[in-house]
Design a protein around this ligand. Structure first.
Ligand SMILES: [Zn+2]
Length: 213
C-alpha cells in the first residue's frame, strides 16, 4: 500500500513545494482525555532532552524560549502557558526517520483529544510524529539548482530558524483557537495549504525567529 493511500496517513506537512495529492484520514473518533491535575497558572518546566539529537534539542529549546515570553508568537498559541504545555507534550514523541523529500514532518494515526477543564486548554496529539531525517529540518541545500530540501517559509533549510518554524507549524495543527477550529487548517492533502500555514505561523513569529542566531 502506498503512502498516499494508507489509512494511517494523518497530517503530511510539506515544505515549500506542492506535491501530489495526499490523504488525510483518521482511524476513528478521537479519544478524549481529561487533564485536571496541572496548575492553572504556572508555566511548565523546560524539558531535558539529553537523549535526543542536537538539532531537535536546540529547536525545542528555541521554541520553548520563544513561547515562554509574552509576545506575538506566544499570543498566536493562546499565551505562554498554553503554548509551552502543548509543546512539552508534543516534542517528546517526535522521532526522526527518513520520509519523502517533499515532507519535513508527518503526523499520523488516531488523534487523542486532551482537555484541561481548569485552564480550558484543548489540544490533540497524534500516534506518531516524525521529522524527516533527510528533509528541511536537518539538511542544508548545498546545490542552489536543486529544489530540495526546500526553504521553510523564508528561511533556508537546515537553519535554526527553519527548524523552529517547522516545530511551530506542527504546534499549530495541535491547538484550538478561540473559535474551536485548529489554529492552522489540516494540510495533508495540499502542499499549497501547507505553505500558507507556514507563512501564517511565520507572520506571527517572525520577530522571534529572526532573533535566533
Ligand atoms: Zn501542516
Amino acid at each position: 500500500m502506498s503512502l498516499w493511500t494508507s489509512t494511517l496517513i494523518g497530517l503530511l506537512c510539506l515544505t515549500a513545494f506542492p506535491a501530489q495529492a495526499q490523504e488525510l484520514s483518521y482511524d476513528s473518533k478521537p479519544t478524549l482525555l481529561e487533564e485536571a491535575d496541572r496548575p492553572a497558572e504556572k508555566l511548565p518546566r523546560r524539558l531535558d532532552f539529553r537523549h535526543k539529537d542536537f538539532e531537535l534539542t536546540q529547536a525545542y529549546q528555541d521554541v520553548f524560549q520563544i513561547l515562554s515570553d509574552q509576545n506575538a508568537c506566544s499570543s498566536f498559541y493562546g499565551g505562554p502557558r498554553n503554548a509551552t504545555t502543548v509543546l512539552n507534550d508534543f516534542v517528546p514523541h517526535v522521532k526522526a526517520h527518513r520520509l519523502l523529500k517533499e515532507l519535513s514532518f508527518q503526523m499520523t494515526g488516531r488523534p487523542i483529544m486532551i482537555h484541561n477543564p481548569i485552564t480550558g486548554l484543548s489540544y490533540r496529539l497524534f500516534d506518531t510524529a516524525t521529522v524527516n531525517s533527510d528533509g528541511s529540518f536537518y539538511r542544508r541545500r548545498l546545490d542552489s539548482l536543486r529544489r530540495f530540501p526546500a526553504d521553510v517559509g523564508s528561511f533556508p533549510p537546515g537553519t535554526r530558524q527553519a527548524r523552529a518554524l517547522i516545530l511551530l507549524h506542527e504546534l499549530g495543527h495541535l491547538m484550538e483557537g478561540q473559535d474551536g477550529s485548529w489554529l492552522i487548517p489540516d494540510d495533508g492533502h495540499d502542499g499549497a495549504v501547507s505553505n500558507r500555514n507556514t507563512l501564517l505561523v511565520q507572520r506571527a513569529c517572525r520577530v522571534q525567529l529572526e532573533a535566533l542566531k
